[in-house]
Write a protein that binds this ligand. Structure first.
Ligand code: NDP
Ligand code: GDR
Length: 371
């Protein structure tokens, strides 16, 4: 039986990967952070009682900023595979907390690699690093592939650049089986609420049901290549099952703007939007409504506005990946389309919004969360 250690198991990808590995018969260990509130919502459905005879999912308290803690967990678990998914993963937040982001996202990767080496696990333990399309930043070539030069545009991307190269360095210097997955944006109904796709599906569902009035957005002309997280974690595993370690771009090869994403999500709710103004003073207004998912809205209501607060000090305008190498070498292809993913996300958030309506109607207090 193989053992896997996942950092970031409580995050979007960590939860899907843990599910995937458990289904493959792995003993899965995950590092969770101590928080003042429970933070295991995404993995509650696969939680196993530690008092049970042979739990296949085990959680350890830890933090990527804590070297001795990571070394102790590595020593205890002796993992066959380490998936380093833990990160301060929000690009905009990295401009507010650049030093912390560097500590977790750059030096965190080093701590794990050095731990593997220090404990003499370099022949046993395979290492996956969650690299990112943000490395391409100010784009030098479209579409972006493994050989496209990097030009990071945020403290997050610069930190991830260090993690990318230190992973390659440990592979070359110490013969470690270590890989970078250069993943383009991937989403799901488990996506954090402040990333743009989830902000849109959740915001529009809440507006349609009367919990919020308006969606305040930043640069809606940004172009992204969006896939589904469930498809992408399979590739993370595949990368560690090859004869030799390598780095791969994982993407759909299709891009659209944030504005198009908003239109598609609105359409799922039966709402058609019209747009007025330019990218800075733009408004999204309700043009038509069909079906009964938007009882709180009327024709002509403004549901999207631009708020300069959400513009970034340096933006990544366009990302489009070329996943040819992953398709040819790993036999990987994404299965879930953008439209199917948006349908899933909107259905999930509409369901939540309707639950809130019900709770409110019975006099219960409902917290919608604040960005
Ligand atoms: P999430 O933000 O959903 O999850 C991040 C995880 O990292 C959470 O479990 C979080 O814990 C944990 N974490 C944060 N800080 C620390 C820390 N100091 N020590 C230990 N753990 C920490 O990210 P995703 O699941 O979307 O992404 C997974 C990885 O892939 C990240 O490294 C991200 O940068 C990278 N990536 C993501 C892409 C995407 O589109 N989703 C694309 C390319 C790369 P907690 O739950 O307590 O906050
Ligand atoms: P990104 O994802 O920065 O690509 O990083 P995000 O969803 O935050 O932004 C995508 C694009 O949308 C624009 N945008 C907004 N973004 C947010 N969050 N909120 C807004 O209101 C808003 N309005 C417009 C952004 O400017 C940007 O252009 C994600 C993360 O998961 C990283 O960890 C990962 O490495 C990359 O994807 C690939």
């Amino acid at each position: 039986m193989k053992k896997a250690l996942i950092t970031g198991i409580t995050g979007q990808d960590g939860s899907y990967l843990a599910e995937f590995l458990l289904a493959k018969g792995y003993e899965v260990h995950g590092i969770k952070r101590r928080a003042s509130l429970f933070n295991t919502e995404r993995i509650d459905h696969i939680y196993q009682d530690p008092h049970a005879p042979h739990p296949m999912l085990k959680l350890h308290y830890g933090d990527l900023t804590d070297t001795s803690n990571l070394n102790r967990i590595l020593q205890e678990v002796q993992p066959d595979e380490v998936y380093n998914l833990g990160a301060q993963s929000h690009v905009a937040v990295s401009f507010e907390s650049p030093e912390y982001t560097a500590d977790v996202d750059a030096i965190g990767a080093l701590r794990l690699l050095e731990g593997i080496r220090f404990l003499g696990l370099e022949k046993k333990t395979r290492f996956y690093q969650a690299s990112t399309s943000e490395l391409y930043g100010l784009v030098q070539e479209i579409p972006q592939k493994e050989s496209t030069p990097f030009y990071p545009r945020s403290p997050y991307a610069v930190a991830k650049l260090y993690a990318y190269w230190i992973t390659i360095n440990y592979r070359e210097a110490y013969g470690l089986y270590a890989c970078n997955g250069i993943l383009f944006n991937h989403e799901s109904s488990r996506r954090g609420e402040t990333f743009v796709t989830r902000k849109i599906t959740r915001g529009l569902a809440n507006i349609a049901q009367g919990h919020e009035q308006c969606l305040f957005m930043g640069n809606i002309d940004a172009l992204r290549d969006w896939g589904h997280a469930k498809d992408y974690v399979e590739m993370q595993w595949l990368m560690l099952q090859q004869d030799k370690p390598d780095d791969f771009v994982i993407a759909t090869g299709i891009q659209c703007t944030v504005r198009e994403f908003i239109n598609k999500a609105a359409n799922q709710l039966g709402i058609e939007l019209s747009w007025e103004g330019d990218g800075v003073n733009e408004l999204g207004r309700v043009l038509s409504i069909t079906g009964d998912n938007a009882p709180a809205l009327n024709i002509g209501d403004v549901v999207v506005k631009i708020d300069p607060r959400y513009f970034r000090p340096a933006e990544v305008e366009t990302l489009l990946g070329d996943p040819t190498k992953a398709k040819e070498t790993l036999g990987w292809t994404p299965k879930i389309t953008l439209d199917e993913m948006i349908e899933e996300m909107v259905a999930h958030d509409l369901d939540k919004a309707k639950q809130h309506v019900l709770l409110k109607s019975k006099g219960f207090k409902v917290s919608v969360g604040r960005e």
